[in-house]
Design a protein around this ligand. Structure first.
Ligand code: CP
Length: 303
């Protein structure tokens, strides 16, 4: 794997290898790589979890993380993303993590860089590292994917998490359904009534209402949205025994999910954050250290 851009590009074997490697890192700890690599995290959109968990994973792997602040970089003077990356490559970076508002920003870069690119989220396109940590959390909690009923609820058309997880979970044999207002369904078939899905879902994955991508237009008040499309306290009581709640976060409390459910016993929201460090370390290792990983694969932990 040279780059990680979209869950569409990953085979089932590649997904399994990353999940198994993350399990090994979680069990035995993340250790410094024998060789020094230089990486940078280029975030042109806000982030807490993705950026900081990459920083923690990079520190534990003994990588040199070169700081980059989009707002004080020459991108502000109009330098293109391609020219920025070519510059960083000549400076000596081995890999970059990029979050960018433009969907598929990476299409203009692939094949033109020696440096590896890890997509930390492209507009409403894909968020593969979030998807891999979500897959890890599902497998760790429920044991696998085949035949699992996964409900993705909320702002589907604006969500890179929804698209990445729909691609990956379907590939892995899960049954994925969507619940949302009609105008946020995009091309996905959807339901609007919780009664159709709440009793049978093994995973209820809520999505943040992405106000920043709505041009200020929303036909619901927060209370109306919560009542019709949110996971309310009453709906949680109807969930299947053993089923789990997920959310990539940040959370709009009492909008897509009742605030009191964020840390309830079914909720994996903070477990997802914890697992993000192991998944991101596994991705960095896989991309930077292909040969060593091939050697280690024979002794890897199977989830
Ligand atoms: N889930 C996620 O991508 O969170 P951040 O925007 O905080 O990175």
């Amino acid at each position: 794997m040279k780059n990680l851009l979209s869950m569409k590009d990953l085979t089932i074997d590649e997904i399994s290898a990353i999940l198994d490697r993350a399990a090994m890192l979680k069990r035995y700890g993340i250790r410094a790589l024998p060789q020094k690599y230089m990486v940078s995290n280029l975030f042109f959109e806000p982030s807490t979890r993705t950026k900081m968990s990459f920083e923690v994973a990079e520190k534990k792997l003994g990588l040199e993380t070169i700081p980059f602040e989009a707002g004080s970089s020459s991108a502000v003077k109009g330098e293109t993303l391609y020219d920025t990356l070519r510059t960083l490559e000549e400076i000596g970076l081995d890999a970059v993590v990029i979050r960018h508002p433009e969907e598929r920003y990476y299409e203009d870069l692939v094949g033109k860089m020696k440096m590896a690119i890890i997509n930390g989220g492209d507009g409403s396109g894909q968020h593969p590292t979030q998807s891999l940590l979500d897959l890890y959390t599902i497998k760790e909690t429920l044991g696998g994917f085949k035949g699992l009923n996964v409900l993705i609820a909320g702002d589907i058309s604006h969500s890179r998490v929804a698209k990445s997880n729909a691609d990956a979970l379907t590939k892995l044999g899960a049954n994925v359904k969507f619940l949302c207002p009609p105008e946020w369904a995009g091309d996905f078939p959807y339901v609007s009534d919780w009664e159709e899905v709440i009793y049978t879902s093994d995973v209820v994955m809520l999505l943040r209402v992405q106000h920043e991508r709505h041009d200020g237009k929303m036909r619901f008040t927060k209370e109306e949205y919560h009542e019709k499309y949110g996971l309310t306290v009453e709906r949680e009581r109807e969930m299947k025994p053993g089923s789990i709640i997920m959310h990539p976060a940040p959370v709009n409390r009492d909008v897509e999910i009742a605030g009191s459910l964020v840390e309830c016993s079914r909720s994996m929201i903070y477990k997802q954050v914890e697992n993000g460090v192991y998944i991101r370390a596994a991705i960095l290792e896989t991309i930077l250290q292909k040969e060593e990983l091939a050697w280690e694969r024979s002794s890897r932990v199977h989830m």
